[in-house]
Design a protein around this ligand. Sequence first.
Ligand code: CA
Length: 180
Amino acid sequence: MRPWFLCAALLLASCALDDARPMPDGMKWFPPTGWVQYTQTASETVRPDGAASYCSPEEADSTCLSLLDAINRQVNRSHKYVPEIAGRDEWRVMGEGDHGDCEDFALTKRARLLEAGWPADNLRLGICRTPGGEHHGVLTADAAGTTWALDVRSRRLERWDHVDCEWTGRQAPDGSWRKI
Ligand SMILES: [Ca+2]
């Protein structure tokens, strides 16, 4: 199925058109402190092993994109967004009834998608700067020829280059961090 029809079928906010392209990777970057702390206690996979092929960027189909959209919506509506103070911001997967801020939503979506069979190397956390100058964490995944942002600020999937946020860094498929 062509990407345009996939987008229309899912009523995505920003469809993959002919100019679609995945987010590029840049030079190596230091991982955020919150991520480093998270990896020390996380029960989820934090270091991709490259073994899975289902929903890889090359293989992602309409089923994969539908799953991405469904979990993005489910997590966004199941938890309350509550800002946390810089320097005292814990990165964590939210349980039922928990609240959190941007990267907690991103990590929760990542955990739900891993449970559903998405490969860890196609679930990549990204950091961007909002128009208000705040650092903002977003889960990203590549499918249908582009990179999708699972942003807590939007109910629907957004193409990475349509998000109102300036990307500064993102994980590579091996889990390391790269500048954008
Ligand atoms: Ca947090």
